[in-house]
Structures are given as C-alpha cells and as structure tokens.
Design a protein around this ligand. Structure first.
Ligand SMILES: Nc1ncnc2c1ncn2[C@@H]1O[C@H](COP(=O)(O)OP(=O)(O)O)[C@@H](O)[C@H]1O
Ligand SMILES: [Mg+2]
Length: 323
C-alpha cells in the first residue's frame, strides 16, 4: 500500500518580482513501511513540498495543481479541522531545529504528557509512556530527566526528544526535514541508526529530507532527487546511487558512490547557479549547468524509466544512451 502519493503537485509563491514557481509537476510516493529520502540543493523546494503535504504553507504560497493523497485521501481537499486532527497523530514531523518543537518554559515530561491529550490514560500512565519513549530513543535515566527543561539537554538529546515526541502517537508517516543537519557527524550516525530501528518497530513510513547523501544512503530505501523545483530522478537508493541516470545526480555523487560516506556531508558544489524560478528557462531545467547538454535539451524532458522503478528526467535516457 502507498501511504503518501503525490501527483502533479505545483506550488507557487507570490513575490514582488512575480510568481515564483517553487514546485512544478512533482510526483512521488512513500510506500508502507518504507523510508524515502529527498535530496537536493538548498532552494530546490524540499521544505515547500513538506509544507504543502502538511498544509502549513506560507501565506503567499498557492497550490496551483496536483493531489497529495494520504492513505488514499486527498489532503489538499480536506477540511482544516480534519487536517489538524491528522497532524501530530497520523502524520508527525521533526524539524532541523528541535527548539521549534520544544516549549522552553515547560519540562520535557510536561510536554510529553501534553501531546498525549487525545488519550484518556491517567497522568501516571502518560508519564510512564513518555519515559519509555525517551529510553527508546536512547536517553539514559529517562524517568528522572522528564523533570528537566529543554535547555538542560544537549542539541543531540533535544533532537532525540523531538523524535520521541513525534513517534509517541505511533504515526503512519513521519516527516523529517533535515533533522540531523545541525548535529555533529557521530551524533548524526547514532540518531539515524536509532530512527531506522524505531521505524521498523513502529512500522511507520518516513519521508526524510537531507542534503547529506551519506545519511540518505544509510537510512533510506528509496530516494527522490530534486532540482530547482522538479523531480529529476527517483528510484531505489541502490539504483540511484550506484547507477545514477541524471547528470545532476551524477554531479552530486561526484561520479563516485564510494565516496558517499566520507566526503558528502555537504553537497558538492556544482559550477553555475540554479535558474531563476520567477522567469524559468525553456527546456531542461538543468541544461545551463549540464556537462552533457545537447540540442534536444531545449525541450523539457519528462521523467522516463531507465530501468524498472528507476526514473529520470533526461533526454539521454529516451535516446537509449544513459552515459
Ligand atoms: N514564503 C516564500 N516566499 C517566496 N519565496 C519563497 C518562500 N519560501 C520559499 N521560497 C522560495 O522557494 C524556493 C524553494 O524553497 P524551499 O522549499 O525552502 O527549498 P529547500 O527547502 O529545498 O531549501 C526557493 O527559491 C525559495 O527562495
Ligand atoms: Mg528547507
């Protein structure tokens, strides 16, 4: 079953310079019990995509077209009250800065009780569950630490608490927007491992945003590569990382998947700039920076399969000659 299925999603922002077309015809899905990663340079539309899914969009944002189906139901057409009911229960979120999640003036225990407000359990029971969840994400001495305030925890601990809180409701879908980007590499690895274990235990799906290719490779089953508001490649982590079909993905991987682990905590810099999303160029969105640009690239390429379940938007695939 597909937990999340996005089809033809286009989102624009109204700006003083005109309409900024942040997402164009984005289609992707998250199967049940799978972890799907989204990777791409800053500004490619990752956060816009998430905000459209959970319908917490900037006031100047507008969905131009598309559907976002969660377990078959189109979230974009759902009344706000029902949408609110889904957030934090069926769909949970973890953000880069855990301070966004935590209230600084309440103890962690208090906050973890508060998020169980829909539940009729006793306070003692809720505290017990909170402590269990903290232990699950690897916080030692969890029971005692429930009495502490967010500032009394390190950044890594706070992010673990945010994950514990997000998973407390046993959601079907966890959406994580760069949750480990602010942490050091060792902590990042620990949290990723834990997340994988928890996902397996809880049986949820995860949509995981990161610009750290190593983390995506380690954590995810499938990956979606975005560039300037479009999906340029998607498939299993194995296919995409070991046999990238789009020149942009190849540039990201620096032609050497063996280097993923050590080198790519930050995406490699590719010469050139992302195009202006207010006045988009004709044809392929990556043509400007593409080492394999050719005549056909003045036409916009559609996503086509380079192998079963592995798609990329590049004319070289259609020509039957993925380099
Ligand atoms: N509220 C907004 N108003 C205008 N432009 C925005 C707004 N939010 C994001 N953008 C623009 O939309 C594009 C995608 O941004 P974003 O989704 O934040 O990308 P990412 O998360 O991949 O870094 C960028 O060009 C960004 O400048
Ligand atoms: Mg972002």
């Amino acid at each position: 079953m597909t937990v999340l299925d996005i089809q033809g999603l286009s989102v624009s922002y109204a700006t003083p310079c005109g309409e900024l077309r942040a997402l164009r015809d984005v289609s992707m899905s998250v199967p049940e019990r799978k972890i799907v990663g989204i990777v791409g340079e800053s500004g490619c539309g990752k956060s816009t995509l998430i905000s459209a899914i959970i319908r917490l969009m900037a006031p100047n944002a507008r969905v131009r077209s598309g559907t976002v189906r969660f377990k078959g139901e189109d979230l974009l057409a759902l009344p706000e009250a029902q949408m609110r009911g889904l957030r934090g229960t069926e769909i949970s979120m973890v953000f880069q800065d855990p301070m966004q999640t935590h209230n600084p003036v309440l103890t962690v225990g208090r906050q973890m009780i508060d998020i169980q407000y829909r539940n009729k359990r006793s306070k003692a029971d809720k505290l017990k569950r909170a402590a269990e969840m903290l232990s699950l994400v690897g916080i030692p001495d969890a029971k005692a630490r429930l009495n502490q305030y967010p500032f009394e925890f390190s950044g890594g601990m706070r992010q673990r608490i945010a994950i514990a809180m997000a998973l407390m409701a046993r959601p079907s879908l966890l959406i994580a927007d760069e949750p480990t980007t602010a942490l050091d590499a060792t902590l990042e690895v620990q949290i990723i491992k834990r997340l994988r274990e928890l996902q397996d235990e809880i049986g949820c799906s995860i949509l995981f945003i990161s610009h750290h290719l190593g983390v995506i490779a380690e954590l995810c089953d499938e990956v979606v590569v975005m560039y300037a508001g479009e999906v340029v490649e998607a498939g299993s982590v194995r296919d995409v990382f070991h046999n990238p079909a789009h020149p942009y993905t190849r540039a990201l991987l620096d032609c050497d998947p063996g280097h993923i682990k050590e080198k790519t905590r930050n995406l490699p810099t590719i010469p050139g700039n992302i195009p202006d999303l207010v006045s988009l160029p004709r044809g392929c969105i990556f043509a400007d920076r593409c080492p394999q640009r050719h005549d056909a690239c003045t036409e916009h390429p559609v996503l086509s399969e380079s192998s079963a379940g592995h798609r990329a938007a590049c004319h070289l695939i259609k020509a039957g000659a993925p380099a």
